[in-house]
Design a binder for this molecule. Structure first.
Ligand code: SF4
Ligand code: SF4
Length: 174
């Protein structure tokens, strides 16, 4: 009884070497070897964060902060636009009337809470804000061991220093 001859599956136009697959296997092994050498002797892929940190790329959008005006007051006017735009529902605002001496606004946030455990760094809050009162900066996200450490109040959000992220490119806004 004759057995059928099994041929290697080929795509149209494949060369002899491509049909053999050996060069591709060797190339794959070379790639793996390169990463092994990099892991053992080169720049590490992972580090012991937060003690060690890899450099941030320009445009990194990390921690969120509230900004102040020239008089040191929060710029936020408690309009709720950021909280409305936030897809992760991580902003909680309680508004109150602004002090009578503040002639440029009617309201201000009595409470402003941001839950970094929920935040996905999308930047929608910054885009939605009409007062440039909230922004993402080039700083690492907070670390902590309790949930409460990731929920920052108004005072903490106003106290954050750091390099301001560049405004989002129009292409990234779409
Ligand atoms: S960056 Fe996105 S997820 Fe985080 S608070 Fe702003 S809108 Fe919400
Ligand atoms: S941060 Fe901006 S968008 Fe959010 S409530 Fe304050 S003023 Fe409105």
């Amino acid at each position: 009884m004759e057995h059928p001859v099994h041929e290697l599956p080929t795509a149209p136009g494949e060369s002899f070497w491509e049909k053999l697959y050996l060069p591709e296997i060797a190339r794959g092994l070379g790639h793996t070897l390169k990463h092994m050498v990099n892991t053992l002797f080169g720049k590490p892929f992972t580090v012991q964060y937060p003690e060690q940190k890899l450099g941030l790329k320009p445009g990194y959008r990390g921690i969120i902060r509230l900004t102040k005006d020239a008089e040191g007051r929060e710029k936020c006017v408690a309009c709720f636009l950021c909280a409305t735009a936030c897809p992760a529902e991580c902003i909680r605002i309680v508004a109150e009337p602004a002090p009578a001496a503040w002639k440029d606004r009617d309201k201000r946030p009595a409470q402003f809470e941001l839950n970094f455990l929920r935040c996905i760094n999308c930047g929608f809050c910054e885009e939605a804000c009409p007062c440039e009162a909230i922004e993402l900066i080039e700083e690492y996200f907070p670390v902590g061991t309790t949930r409460q450490e990731f929920i920052w109040d108004k005072a903490k959000l106003l106290s954050i220093d750091g390099r301001r992220n560049k405004p989002l490119e129009p292409a990234r806004r779409t």
